[in-house]
Design a binder for this molecule. Structure first.
Ligand SMILES: *Cc1c(COP(=O)(O)O)cnc(C)c1O
Length: 348
């Protein structure tokens, strides 16, 4: 099936008919040099931020295009990954009619966004080794299944999904396969970005919130076919990525050394933490992680969580998720924070 045919089959009819809002910044695309801008009802006095930001974030996409080796027309930027994921629902899923598939235990936002958009969420629990149960996913899909969410490395389990399973879903799932790579920079596994042009239904989502250390600026990135990106551009709020965010992200991309160093340090710290946790008696299992956190199984998660809070440490109790009974998720902190955590765990 061609990219255009796929889109035609998946896109909501109302979105297909929609004409995008055209902002002042969209309509005049000529040189800005020497021009007087009286087209957008902006305040003319310079505050550094009196002008609207570039609605298509062109400079930022140019830079991302270079470091990710993806064409600018295949990049979409959103107010965090959360906005990107929400727009995918709004573009492709008809409320009350279509459905999506998620694979718990996983990131909670997929289910929240499905609920918000009135989309049935078919849950197919991961298998005992936290891998997708591809057979069952393909069995539960129907002709109203529009999206399947694969989080790899997965939150909260930390593992990456096997290439074979993902490849099979890309070939046999009827809708879009969204691979959430929020933690990919911590992993040695290859990003699915390299396969973007092999699969018309592949959508890769990344973020500046984790490895880049910029959760506060709210910047999520979506990579997909130019046809899918065009649709997201049509339905997004005109100025969804603000000027401060665009400037800060440009600096971060240019300062690759800082980002690389931060990833290296966290991965080193994760190894140290892993070893130290092995010596804590009430920890029954520590899962291997390709991300910046570790999932551990303890004797009594509620008790250990409360004890840690009383000593000044906040971790995440994931016990309410399938396959995660008595499991805590611990984010890798600084050297000092991790050492203090270990000292405390050993006193409990
Ligand atoms: C942290 C995280 C994100 C990041 O979301 P933002 O809205 O970009 O901050 C996305 N997906 C997963 C699985 C995460 O754990």
């Amino acid at each position: 099936m061609s990219r255009a045919e796929l889109i035609e089959r998946l896109l909501r009819p109302n979105v297909s008919k929609l004409k995008a809002y055209s902002s002042a910044r969209d309509e005049y695309l000529g040189d800005s040099e020497g021009m007087v801008f009286l087209d957008a009802n902006e305040n003319p006095f310079n505050t550094g931020l009196n002008r609207y930001p570039d609605p298509l974030q062109r400079m930022l996409k140019e830079e991302l295009s270079v470091i990710k080796n993806v064409a600018t027309e295949q990049i979409f930027l959103g107010n965090g990954s959360d906005e990107v994921l929400d727009l995918l629902f709004r573009a492709f899923c008809e409320p009350g009619i279509d459905n999506c598939i998620t694979l718990p235990p996983t990131y909670g936002m997929y289910a929240v966004l499905a609920g918000l958009n009135d989309i049935e969420n078919k849950e197919v629990t991961l298998d005992a080794s936290f891998q997708p149960d591809t057979e069952r996913i393909l069995k539960v899909q129907d002709d109203r299944s529009k999206l399947v969410f694969l989080c790899s490395p997965n939150n909260p389990t930390g593992n990456s999904f096997n290439l074979k399973e993902v490849e099979r879903l890309l070939n046999e799932f009827n809708g879009l396969v969204i691979i959430d790579e929020a933690y990919i920079d911590f992993s040695e596994k290859e990003s699915w970005l390299n396969k973007l042009n092999d699969h018309p239904n592949l959508v890769v989502v990344q973020t500046f919130s984790k490895a880049y250390g910029l959760a506060g600026i709210r910047l999520g990135v979506c990579y997909a076919s130019s046809e899918i990106i065009k649709i997201l551009n049509t339905i997004k709020p005109p100025y969804n990525v603000n000027e401060l965010t665009q400037m800060k992200a440009l600096h971060a991309i240019k300062d690759r050394q800082y980002v690389k160093g931060s990833i290296q340090r966290l991965n080193d710290e994760k190894k140290i933490l892993y070893k130290a946790l092995l010596e804590v008696k009430f920890i029954r299992k520590i899962y291997r992680s390709d991300a910046n956190f570790l999932l551990i199984e303890v004797d009594d998660a509620k008790l250990r969580y409360q004890q840690l809070v009383s000593k000044g440490f906040v971790v995440r109790n994931r016990s309410d998720q399938p396959l995660c009974e008595n499991m805590l998720r611990i984010t890798v902190g600084t050297t000092q924070e991790n050492a203090a955590l270990i000292r405390t765990l050993k006193t409990l």
